[in-house]
Design a protein around this ligand. Sequence first.
Ligand code: KG4
Ligand code: ZN
Length: 355
Amino acid sequence: MKILGIETSCDETSVAVYQAGRGIIAHRIYSQVALHAEYGGVVPELASRDHVRKLLPLLASVLKEAGIGEDGPAAGRELDGVAYTAGPGLAGALLVGAALGRSLAWAWGVPAVPVHHMEAHLMAPLLEARRPAFPFLALLVSGGHTMLVAVERPGDYRVLGETLDDAVGEAFDKTASLLGLPYPGGPALEKLAARGRPGRFDFPRPMVDRPGLEFSFSGLKTHAATSIRDHVAGDSESDRADVACAFQDAVTDTLAIKCRRALRQTGLRRLVIAGGVGANRALRARLQEMADAEGVELYYPRLEYCTDNGAMVALAGCLRFAAGARAGAGFDVRARWPLAELEPITFDVNSLLPA
Ligand code: KG4
Ligand code: ZN
């Protein structure tokens, strides 16, 4: 079984093919970062237009890489379904992927399968040879979301805690911007922080002294702004690096404390990091340290499967296709779509993963 996956929920255009029992056989990502950089953030209308421009050329190269449709345009005979991200995300951007996905499925005579973007992030670790068994605890950290999720099985998600204000990625991006770093700030701030002196500034760990698994990151951004105003001399690189380092330490420490609390509360023994901020090496190291101390196994996908990508959409689409999910007759994408609305997948998904 081969499923095409299309991702256009934000500023990455990506297409992939997942083959059941084998894994990803073709994958391309086009990042719009350069387009949005001069505006300091994603401009939704520009994102939609760029998806329109890039999606068909990406599709052509992915089909070629997968060796699909080489004998002519009847690619559908070699594909079993077309999955696309139907939400949550930017409505206009989602519509571009949905329009192409639905049209291809119709033209090729195969089912179209809507995919939940966060479910795709949660399933991304299954793309790796060293993958977690179920159940596991997932820390989902991206530009739009910060959640702790108990994953009983695919589709069975219990959100244990979320952010009350900024998502972690958003806090990285905003703090990076205060430090004069280019968009997207997360990777740039990580680089700068690596040159900082740990301990020069001491940032608070928000909400760790209260019970519960909620997060709040907007205060850290304010703390960074105050530190910059009071202590950064001119455009001193080393002062800015110290602030970046203190901010990153506070974020990674806070996430590790909440993950440990959630592991202890649920009794889960596996922790998965998913979402764009999962690319942060300091976060991975901090969580590894905590997991080792707790005797818990830590899993995370490779960097290109952490940030938005079509591979995770093709995999989640394959699981949903096998579970019988099909797009309705309407043309619907959902800018908002709570994870809890998804149906649990009851069959053993290992049969669709590489042996
Ligand atoms: O999952 P993702 O690609 O898109 C969303 O669904 O939001 O996450 C993007 C977010 C951005 O805020 C970006 O700054 C952040 O992930 N990010 C990082 C790193 N790489 C990406 N944050 C911190 N350190 C990184 N290395
Ligand atoms: Zn994402």
